[in-house]
Design a protein around this ligand. Structure first.
Ligand code: FAD
Length: 480
């Protein structure tokens, strides 16, 4: 049987089957060997008034967007196509606990500053429409009790990401959102009638469906396939690069200190390809030594703000750390001087001034770097050595030689540029009724729940816009 797209659409257009409607929410299954049509898992629309939203991706943004659209417009048929398992990143997130959002950022301007990509654009309507407080209320109202930890991270009281998954899945089921797993949307194009023709394939068997949707929400995370769909629909893609990683440091003695933590350092990342002084490339906070270098909030924030420049520099740079950020260098010198005179007969390596708050192992490392032997008594430490130690404490340089991993969180910088999206609706500026939400956009946050917040906010706004349009369409048909 010869088979063309045009004929296919005509054949599956339901113009004869479902009365005179021009709508096509049905789809056909084409098995290449048998070349046979059968009706498929996505049921045909029963009423002329029933519109179809297809959501690409059953992650946080897609599922939340689907729920919101279906909440506002119960008459809208909402189908989520997920190529793997739904909410799989929610499952593994936050070490299995799911850091849902951040509870310390109630000021939306401050909140926006936590997004290396998006900090300017997200200052506007985005978080005002659905911010962290709304996220917390939504989950609490739907049975997932949350708690805010001291550092602002919000987790389910159960300490298990399953609570979040169960909450979202049961709400989606209750509303009648159709979640189809094991299927990928492989191509998408806009039809002359202002709809979207979507090709859906199963990865395991020869199986192809074509669906015509009234609304399309692309919430495909950092998947290459999702970027490709956006590009097919005319969108640009900012090259995706990793964000949120640890630093590999070339220093064998440092590696022996793995596990040492610093409650507060000030660290500056210097990169050859960054000429201007970018304030965010200096960060203050906790840091820790790993087997391969440094990790901790300070390093992760630097990795996020420097993600693009680090990528183009091949992850080579210099980390300059101030281990006593609350002390002026002159104070550090006078503390050292006083300590020397107080403990003249003690080995320098065995007594670190308590004001510095450093563990003995790290103090020994610093003295080693200055060439002070293990047996040297404070009495023998020269004034020049004291000055050098003070200067090392304030400006300790480490050569960054590569990128490690951060097992608790990992995101991709890059994706669909925000300049191509209307942020108060999440609609594409290129095609009406096409929406984006979540990590597929060129938005990424630092650690602390900010990445999920982007997904909840984007999904909510897109779902609201689609739901409102669907309700209006329904009303205009005079059904209500
Ligand atoms: C290990 C880890 C831990 C994390 N922990 C946290 C945390 O605690 N807090 C936090 O805020 N952030 C965390 N993040 C980041 C957070 O998970 C993401 O920012 C968030 O999941 C993005 O949501 P999304 O819905 O946009 O994308 P995703 O969650 O990636 O969902 C996209 C979905 O789309 C599907 N898909 C893609 N293409 C197609 C296609 N063509 N057809 C069908 N389906 C498709 C994918 O299979 C995927 O399920 C973590 C990330 C990782 C990797």
């Amino acid at each position: 049987m010869s088979f063309t797209l045009a004929r296919f659409i005509l054949t599956s257009g339901i113009s004869t089957q479902a009365g005179s409607t021009a709508r096509n929410h049905g789809s056909l299954l084409l098995t290449p060997r048998a070349r046979k049509f059968t009706t498929t898992a996505i049921p045909l629309a029963q009423k002329s008034s029933e519109e179809l939203l297809v959501v690409v991706g059953g992650g946080a943004a897609g599922v939340f967007g689907a729920i919101r659209a279906k909440t506002l417009a119960p008459n809208l048929k909402v189908v989520v196509i997920e190529k793997g398992k739904p909410l799989s990143k929610v499952k593994i997130s936050g070490g299995g606990r799911c850091n849902v959002t951040n509870g310390h950022c109630t000021d939306n301007l401050i909140l926006a500053e936590h997004y290396p990509r998006g900090h300017k654009e997200l200052r506007g309507s985005f978080f005002y429409t659905h911010g962290p407080v709304d996220t917390m209320s939504w989950f609490s109202d739907h049975g997932a009790k949350l708690k805010i930890e001291d550092d602002g991270r919000v987790f389910p009281v159960s300490n298990s990401s399953s609570s979040i998954i169960d909450c979202l899945m049961s709400e989606a089921t209750r509303l009648g959102v159709s979640l189809q797993t094991g299927k990928a949307v492989t191509t998408a194009s806009a039809t002359s009638g202002g709809k979207f023709l979507i090709k859906i394939e199963k990865r395991t068997i020869n199986y192809v469906e074509y669906v015509e949707a009234d609304y399309l929400l692309i919430a495909s995370g950092s998947s290459q396939q999702g970027y490709s769909l956006a590009a097919q629909l005319g969108h640009a893609i900012v090259d995706p690069v990793p964000s949120l990683f640890t630093f590999k440091i070339e220093d064998s003695q440092l590696a022996e200190l793995s596990g040492v933590t610093f409650p507060k350092v000030k660290a500056k990342l210097k990169l050859d390809n960054v000429q201007s002084n970018i304030p965010q490339l200096t960060q203050v906070g906790p840091m820790l030594v790993t087997h391969w270098g440094f990790s901790g909030p300070v390093v992760l924030r630097l990795s996020a703000w420097g993600a693009r420049n680090l990528f183009s520099s091949g992850y080579k740079g210099m980390l300059v750390v101030d281990f006593t950020p609350d002390l002026h260098i002159e104070d550090v010198k006078s503390i050292l001087n006083k300590h020397k005179h107080q403990f003249v007969k003690q080995k320098a390596v065995n007594s670190c001034p308590s004001e510095f708050g450093l563990v003995k192992r790290f103090w020994k490392y610093m003295l080693d770097r200055e060439g002070l032997s293990e047996d040297m008594l404070w009495a023998s430490v020269s004034n020049n050595s004291l000055i050098s130690v003070a200067s090392l404490l304030k400006h300790c340089k480490f050569k960054v030689t590569g990128k490690g991993q951060f097992k608790d969180e990992f995101v991709t910088a890059g994706g669909v540029p925000l300049s191509e999206i209307v942020l108060n609706t999440m609609e594409s500026k290129i095609h009406s009724r096409l929406y984006f939400a979540g990590e597929v956009l060129n938005v990424d946050g630092v650690t602390g729940g900010f990445n999920f917040q982007n997904a909840w906010s984007g999904g909510y706004i897109a779902g609201t816009s689609i739901g409102k349009l669907a309700i209006n369409a329904y009303l205009q048909e005079g059904v209500l």
